[in-house]
Design a protein around this ligand. Structure first.
Ligand code: ZN
Length: 267
C-alpha cells in the first residue's frame, strides 16, 4: 500500500478522458487499494483514478466513513430530480462551490471482482458518484459551479447538513451485497482491511477464467495492445506524455504529498 500523489487543478491529466478497464490486473487492484488509502488520508469522500495520475475508469466513494464503494467502468443509467449544494474536490484544495446534481442516480458498474452491479444512490452518494464519474471524462466540478468558488474554511456551518445526509445514506444502502462485503472486510480489523479484501479477491477468484486471464497477462508477456499498454503504463518508465503522468510507485515519494483538508466534502 502506498499513498499516491493527488493531482491538482491545472495538471493536464485531469482534463483527459480515462480508458475503460478490460482486465483488472493485480497492479490495478493495488491502485484501488492505494486510492482508498489516499482518499482517507486526505479526508476525502471520493477519488477517481485520474486524480492520482492513472487514466483508467476507476472511482471510489465513501460518504459515511465506513463503506468504500469501488466503481469500475461506471455509467449513470438513470437520474432523477435535482439537488443544489456545496461541493469540493481533492484536486482543488481549499475551495468549495455550489453545484446542482441529480438527487438520485442509478449506477451500473463493475466491482472489484469485475462483476456487474447496479446501485441506486441519492443525496450525497448520488452527488459523489456524479462528481467522480465526471473526473473519468476529464470534467472538474469547477466547470459546473454556480457563482464563484469559495474558500472552504468559511463552510464550517454546512458540515452538520452533510452529516445528516451521511446518516440517511448509511441506513438505506445497508442491504447491498457490496456493502456487506465491505462491512465484513472492515470488521476484520485494522488498517489493512482493503488489502485483505484485495488479497482474498485474488485467492478466491484464482479459478475463474477472468482471473486466469489477469494472471497470465501479468506473468507472461501480454499479447494484446491493451494489455501491453496497461502493463507498461503501470510498470515501466513510459515515454509518452500520458505515461509520464503515471504515478511513481515509490511510497517515499508519496509521503510528502499528503494533502490534508479539514472538511470531508472533497471528492
Ligand atoms: Zn474531485
Amino acid at each position: 500500500m502506498a499513498l499516491r500523489e493527488i493531482r491538482i487543478e491545472g495538471d493536464p491529466i485531469l482534463e483527459k478522458t480515462s480508458r475503460p478497464v478490460g482486465i483488472l490486473t493485480p497492479r490495478l487492484k493495488m491502485l484501488i487499494v492505494d486510492m482508498i488509502e489516499t482518499m482517507r488520508n486526505a479526508y476525502g469522500v471520493g477519488l477517481a483514478a485520474p486524480q492520482v495520475g492513472v487514466l483508467r475508469r476507476i472511482a471510489i466513494v465513501n460518504v459515511d466513513g465506513e463503506n468504500d464503494y469501488v466503481f469500475i467502468n461506471p455509467e449513470i443509467i438513470e437520474s432523477e430530480g435535482e439537488q443544489t449544494g456545496t461541493e469540493g474536490c481533492l484536486s482543488v484544495p481549499g475551495k468549495v462551490g455550489t453545484v446542482t446534481r441529480p438527487e438520485k442516480v442509478k449506477v451500473r458498474a463493475l466491482d472489484i471482482h469485475m462483476k456487474e452491479f447496479e446501485l441506486e444512490a441519492e443525496g450525497l452518494l448520488a452527488r459523489a458518484c456524479c462528481h467522480e464519474f465526471d473526473h473519468l471524462n476529464g470534467i472538474l466540478y469547477v466547470s459546473k459551479v454556480e457563482g464563484e468558488l469559495r474558500d472552504a474554511r468559511y463552510e464550517e456551518d454546512e458540515d452538520e447538513e452533510w452529516d445528516e445526509e451521511f446518516d440517511e445514506e448509511s441506513g438505506e444502502d445497508a442491504e447491498t451485497e457490496e456493502e456487506q462485503d465491505v462491512k465484513k472486510a472492515e470488521g476484520q480489523d485494522a488498517e489493512s482491511a482493503e488489502e485483505k479484501k484485495a488479497e482474498s479477491a485474488e485467492e478466491k477468484d484464482a479459478g475463474s477464467a477472468e482471473e486466469k486471464d489477469a494472471e497470465s497477462a501479468d506473468t507472461k508477456d501480454a499479447e494484446t495492445a491493451e494489455e501491453n499498454d496497461a502493463e507498461s503504463a503501470d510498470v515501466q518508465n513510459a515515454e509518452t506524455a500520458e505515461k509520464q503522468d503515471a504515478e511513481p510507485e515509490d511510497a517515499k515519494d508519496a509521503e510528502n504529498q499528503n494533502t490534508v483538508s479539514g472538511d470531508n466534502q472533497d471528492l
